[in-house]
Design a protein around this ligand. Structure first.
Ligand code: OVM
Length: 417
C-alpha cells in the first residue's frame, strides 16, 4: 500500500479529495488482501481517521471511533443509496433493495420493528431446548465416527455449515426442497456489496436460479405456520406492514441469516482450535460461554465491511466528505483498533467485547443477533459437554468473499471428555 498526503483525482467519478486526506491505492477486495486483511486494516488505521481509496474513489474509516460514530449517525451516513460499492443514486441495484439493510427511516422502521419482535430473545425462548438437543445430536453423531476423534474431520462443513442449515430453515418455516440454494445465494449477495471482481463473476452462473428460488420461498403459502416467515406475514394482517412488504422482509431473513451464522460459528470454532487455553478456560467456567461468541465475532468479524453514503456534506474530524460519496466502514478493523482494545489481536475470554461493531451499531445493528447467539451457544454447549480438547490437525483454508471472513476448510480432531 502507498499512502501520500497529497490528493490525486484518480477516482472514477472524479471529485476533489480534501488535500490533507491520506490516499491509498490498496485494494481491500483483492483476493490476497481478502485472504489476509488485517495488515491493510492496520495500515489504514495508522494512515489517519479518514482515508481515500483511490481505486474505487471512496472514503474509508478504519478506526473504532470513526466507524462507531458513522454507524450511529444514520442521518449523515445513509443506507438507502446502498451499503455496497454501487451507488443507487447512479446505478440500478442488482435486486430490489432490502427494506431493512438498504433503507433509511422512516421506510426502514416498520419492517425493523416487525423483525425485531419476531427475532427477540423472548420469542426465541421456545427454540432453545430444541436447538440444544439438535446440537447434541449433531455432536454425538460426529463423535460416533472414527475420523472425528482419530484422523480429523471437516468442521467448516460438518459443524459450522451443518448446524445452521439444520435449525434455521426449519425455524423460518421453509420447505425441505431447495435449501442448498441458501448458502450460494447469501454468498453472492455478500460478494455483490463489493466491486464486480472475479468473486462476483463466480456467482453469475447460479444467481438467476438461486435468487428465483429464494424469492419463491417468501410467498405466504410456502411458509410453514408458526415459523419466522409466517410471523412476518401475520404482521401484514394487523397492518404493521403491508402485504407487499412481507415477502421482502422474509427475503432479508433468508439472505442475512445463513452465511453469517455459518461463518460466526466457524469463527468461534477456529478461535478455540487455535487458542486451546481459552477452550480449557470455558470448560472450567461455562458461564464464559456467553462471552465467547461475541469475542469471536469481535476477533474475526464475519461481516468485515459495509458502505454508507454521505447525505449532504459530512464532517468527520477536520475532513468534509462531500454529498453522495461512498464511505467504506471497516468493521473488522474497528474491532481490532488498539485505540479501543487492549491486545486487540488476542482472542481473550476475560475481556468484555461489548461495544464491538461486528454486528454493526445503531438503528441497523444486526436484528438477527439473538438467533446467531442462540445457534452458537447451542453448538458450544454440546461441545463443552463431550469434547475435552479441540485440535487443529491441518492448515485451515479461507473461503474468500468481498464482505465475509469465512472458512472453506477447517480440519479438526476432537478429544473426548
Ligand atoms: C437484507 C440483508 C442482506 C445481507 C445482509 C444483511 C447483514 C441484510 O437483505 O436485508 O444484513
Amino acid at each position: 500500500m502507498t499512502t501520500t498526503s497529497t490528493s490525486t483525482p484518480a477516482t472514477s467519478r472524479a471529485r476533489a479529495v480534501p488535500a490533507h486526506v491520506p490516499v491509498s491505492d490498496a485494494d481491500p477486495f483483492a483476493l490476497d488482501t481478502l485472504a489476509d486483511p488485517n495488515p491493510l486494516h492496520e495500515a489504514l488505521r495508522e494512515a489517519g481517521p479518514v482515508v481515500h481509496l483511490s481505486r474505487y474513489g471512496v472514503y474509508a474509516l478504519a478506526r473504532y471511533e470513526e466507524v462507531h460514530t458513522a454507524l450511529v449517525d444514520w442521518q449523515s451516513f445513509c443506507s438507502s443509496a446502498g451499503v455496497g460499492l454501487s451507488n443507487f443514486r447512479h446505478e440500478e441495484p442488482w435486486r430490489p433493495p432490502s427494506l431493512l439493510l438498504e433503507a433509511d427511516p422512516p421506510r426502514h422502521d416498520a419492517p425493523r420493528v416487525v423483525l425485531e419482535k419476531v427475532l427477540s430473545p423472548r420469542a426465541l425462548r421456545r427454540l432453545r431446548e430444541r436447538w440444544v438437543a439438535d446440537a447434541h445430536d449433531l455432536v454425538d453423531d460426529l463423535l460416533s465416527r472414527p475420523a472425528t476423534t482419530r484422523g480429523g474431520f471437516e468442521a467448516a462443513r460438518e459443524i459450522a455449515q451443518a448446524f445452521p442449515l439444520r435449525v434455521f430453515p426449519d425455524a423460518v418455516g421453509l420447505p425441505a426442497e431447495g435449501r442448498e440454494n441458501l448458502l450460494p445465494y447469501g454468498d453472492h449477495t455478500f460478494n455483490a456489496f463489493g466491486p464486480p471482481n472475479e468473486l462476483v463473476a463466480r456467482g453469475t452462473g447460479h444467481i438467476g436460479r438461486t435468487s428465483a428460488w429464494v424469492a419463491a420461498q417468501c410467498a405466504r403459502e410456502v411458509l410453514a405456520p408458526e415459523g419466522f416467515g409466517a410471523q412476518i406475514w401475520a404482521a401484514s394482517d394487523t397492518g404493521d406492514i403491508s402485504p407487499q412488504q412481507a415477502p421482502l422482509i422474509v427475503r432479508s431473513l433468508l439472505t442475512a441469516g445463513v452465511d453469517t451464522t455459518v461463518h460466526g460459528i466457524g469463527a468461534v470454532l477456529y478461535a478455540f482450535a487455535s487458542n486451546p487455553e481459552q477452550y480449557e478456560r470455558v470448560r472450567a467456567e461455562p458461564r464464559l460461554l456467553r462471552v465467547a461468541f461475541d469475542e469471536a465475532v469481535r476477533w474475526e468479524s464475519p461481516v468485515q465491511t459495509f458502505f454508507r453514503t454521505a447525505e449532504g456534506d459530512v464532517r468527520i474530524g477536520d475532513t468534509v466528505v462531500p454529498d453522495g460519496e461512498k464511505v467504506l466502514m471497516f468493521l473488522a478493523s474497528a474491532n481490532r483498533d488498539p485505540r479501543r482494545w487492549e491486545d486487540p489481536d488476542t482472542f481473550d475470554l476475560t475481556r468484555d467485547p461489548s461495544g464491538h461493531v461486528g454486528f454493526g451499531m445503531g438503528i441497523h445493528q444486526c436484528v438477527g443477533q439473538h438467533v446467531a447467539r442462540l445457534e452458537a451457544e447451542a453448538v458450544m454447549t454440546a461441545l463443552l459437554e463431550r469434547v475435552e480438547r479441540i485440535e487443529l490437525v491441518g492448515e485451515p483454508r479461507r473461503h474468500l468473499n468481498n464482505t465475509l471472513r469465512a472458512w472453506a476448510s477447517m480440519p479438526l480432531r476432537f478429544h473426548t471428555a
